[in-house]
Design a protein around this ligand. Structure first.
Ligand code: GLV
Ligand code: MN
Ligand code: MN
Length: 400
């Protein structure tokens, strides 16, 4: 067997061609698509090669076990899905590093004293069905199964329909307390998604509060040439005002972020005044809750909609409260990775969902540019290797 650090880079190279998005650049690897299915097959094969027993849970999360599945397990892993046009590291780095770390531990002759598992959580990004950490939230019961089944993708396909089409039973979705109870500790390795880490590996301390909201502006669809400006009720006008209001609202609160990364005019024609516009707002805030920022944006959205003779409706797609990772676990990670700095993240993670149910923690691997959720996302091979070794050291410490 090769050593873990060589394995991670090689493993990532093995999936470099899967799910490439020729239109956007980077990767679009969404739930229940051929790309995601290929990645799950790849994971099962790689786990099998390392002697792990693979099972898929009722929510589409894939678990690979070293030893008999049971309580007090040490679990590591991440996700293989991506944002639209995402990078190669967000998610897959944690999965590949976990596989490499297992291989490293086998090569060291390590025998875990408790079960150890590598997990791949489904639809972490919410890239197809909108709700992030879908698989982990269903597992924990933080997301209602009926609501999940009814989520629709951009083409109107429901999650239930997508799962049925790939041969899964959507009625099986739901809390899985027995499987959750096996998780004694969860550690997710992840590429750092900003420029906060100036060392090969860091230890996660927290995830900031964040959430997603959808605003729908409704006006009157009409002809772009024949409709006088004074006669228009164009929902794109309040939508545009809302994009600017989001930036202003975030700027009023220390370190807050508000982003409109997705905006869809319906029906969407160059020579058509839209009849409605859907706009998605992502808000993150390190101290406090996103609510006041969202209210600020909504106030501006309502005023702009009124002025244009349009209406606006707001719906919340997800809310992730602030998470402080388990201190005792973080101390053990720090002991296993001496000198690693500690950092909080403004990115969401399955580890943040798990943290409310079991001691959870994170390792972050340096990102030299800080770019993430974009094709240019990068980590140097040496740092990737360092990360896999650190994860192996952490697993050895936790599973001894
Ligand atoms: C996921 O990476 C998120 O932070 O939205
Ligand atoms: Mn991400
Ligand atoms: Mn991620």
């Amino acid at each position: 067997m090769s050593t873990g650090h060589v394995g991670t880079v090689e493993l990532l190279a093995g999936i470099a061609g899967v799910g490439r998005d020729r239109a956007r650049g980077g990767y679009s690897r969404h739930l229940a698509t051929p790309a995601e299915s290929d990645l799950r097959d790849w994971f099962a094969e790689q786990a099998g090669r390392r002697g792990l027993d693979v099972e898929t849970d009722r929510n589409g999360n894939v678990w690979a076990w070293w030893g008999t599945p049971g309580p007090d397990a040490v679990v590591t892993g991440s996700h293989l899905d991506s944002v639209p046009g995402g990078g190669a590291f967000d998610g897959p780095l944690g999965v590949a590093s976990a596989l490499a770390a297992v291989e490293d531990l086998v090569a060291r002759g390590f025998a875990p004293a408790r079960p150890l598992a590598v997990v791949v959580f489904a639809e972490e990004e919410g890239g197809r069905f909108g709700v992030p950490c879908l698989g982990s939230r269903l597992l924990t019961g933080d997301l209602d199964a009926d609501r999940a089944r009814g989520l629709r993708d951009a083409d109107g396909v429901s999650l239930a329909e997508a799962l049925t089409a790939r041969g899964d039973d959507p009625s099986a979705l739901g809390p899985d307390p027995e499987r959750l109870a096996r998780v004694g500790r969860f550690v997710e390795l992840h590429v750092e998604q900003g420029r906060a880490l100036d060392a090969p590996v860091g230890i996660g301390s927290a995830v900031v509060a964040h959430g997603r909201w959808r605003l729908t502006f409704t006006g009157q669809g009409n002809h772009a040439g024949t409709t006088a400006l004074t006669d228009r009720r164009d929902p794109m006008i309040p939508a545009a005002a809302t994009v600017l209001a989001a930036r202003r609202a975030a700027a009023r609160v220390a370190d807050a972020r508000a982003t409109v990364g997705r905006l869809v005019p319906n029906p969407g024609g160059t020579n058509v005044i839209a009849s409605s516009v859907d706009l998605w707002l992502d808000v993150r805030i390190p101290a406090g809750e996103p609510g006041p920022v969202v209210e600020d944006v909504l106030g501006a959205a309502r005023a702009a909609a009124d002025a244009e003779g349009c209406t606006v409706e707001l719906g919340r797609e997800s809310l992730s409260p602030a998470v402080a990772f388990d201190d005792a676990l973080a101390a053990r990670l720090a002991a296993a990775v001496p000198g690693a700095p500690t950092l909080a993240t403004a990115a969401g993670h399955d580890a943040g969902v798990l943290a409310a149910h079991a001691p959870a923690g994170m390792l972050h691997v340096r990102n030299p540019t800080g770019i993430s959720h974009a094709p240019q996302e990068h980590a140097e091979d040496d740092d990737v290797s360092h990360g896999a070794r650190a994860l192996a050291d952490v697993l050895a410490e936790l599973a001894r």
